[in-house]
Design a protein around this ligand. Structure first.
Ligand code: BGC
Length: 262
């Protein structure tokens, strides 16, 4: 346990069954938080992290919901309040990606990525904001963005557009609700060792290409992103709102200019 104040707090994490969401759920459990872990299809992954948290004396519950729907996010608010009495921290983590040249990107693929990565962040934030404001509570929203809120990513136009959207959406609501004592921040992970990237990073050539784009010359661990999510959720970051905290080994630092090139 690192942050004392967290142990009183209740968090909802969307997309908590694998990858970064899973690591955040585990870390929040270790901090003594009560955690609502959302999943869409991977019930087993979500249940596994629930079991881990409960085994170490924490409280957690897995809840199926599609975060791109209003009914889905409301179910998460209701579960948090019913099980743990209140809600303090909302992590919009659920996300997806797939690769297509833009000329071949179907409207269906575009729409699904925008629905989950951007509309999901809007709906989750709106549900959390409604809860915080109607209960006159201080609140905390953390949105999972990406280095691609800043770095263009050819053949992932829908993904990059969704993350660019997450950036300005987060900053906008951070400003809109700052005076109500609601903080909103984003985290911008770089290349992290998660199931989304599993195929890519098990290919040694691809791994070499990716690490060459990272000044720290290694891919990140989900736990390193979870550490940022713990700090942002805690009162230790009490004066921080509207930022994107990049957790990327320096990927956003224009590594092509390394050694004075350019
Ligand atoms: C993507 C990863 C990618 C990384 C760096 C992330 O947002 O999810 O697939 O490796 O950005 O490009």
């Amino acid at each position: 346990m690192v942050y004392e104040d967290l142990k009183q707090k209740v968090a909802v994490i969307t997309g908590g069954s694998k990858g970064i969401g899973n690591a955040i759920a585990e870390r929040y459990g270790k901090e003594g938080m009560s955690v609502v872990i959302n999943y869409n299809s991977d019930q087993q992954g979500a249940e596994q992290v629930v079991t881990k948290i409960i085994a170490t004396g924490g409280q957690a519950i897995a809840v199926q919901a599609d975060v791109s729907t209003e009914a889905g996010v409301q179910k998460l608010v209701d579960t948090a309040v019913k099980q743990y009495d209140h809600l303090d921290v909302w992590v919009n983590n659920a996300g997806m990606e797939n690769q297509h040249p833009t000329t071949e990107l179907s409207l269906k693929d575009w729409q699904r990525v925008i629905d989950v990565n951007l509309t999901g962040v809007f709906l989750g934030s709106k549900a959390a904001l409604n809860y915080f404001t109607s209960h006159n509570k201080k609140g905390n929203i953390i949105n999972m963005s990406s280095v691609h809120e800043q770095i263009p990513w050819p053949t992932f136009a829908h993904y990059a557009a969704s993350k660019g959207g997450v950036k300005l959406f987060s900053q906008t609501i951070a400003m809109e609700y700052a005076a109500r004592n609601i903080r909103v921040n984003a985290i911008g992970p770089g290349a992290i060792n998660t199931p989304i990237n599993a195929e890519k990073f098990t290919d040694p050539e691809q791994l070499k290409t990716t690490t060459s784009m990272i000044p720290m010359q290694r891919i990140g661990d989900p736990k390193e992103v979870a550490a940022a999510a713990a700090w942002l959720a805690s009162d230790e970051s009490s004066y921080v709102t509207g930022i994107t905290l990049f957790v990327d080994g320096g990927m956003t630092l224009y590594p092509a200019f390394q050694d004075g090139r350019g």
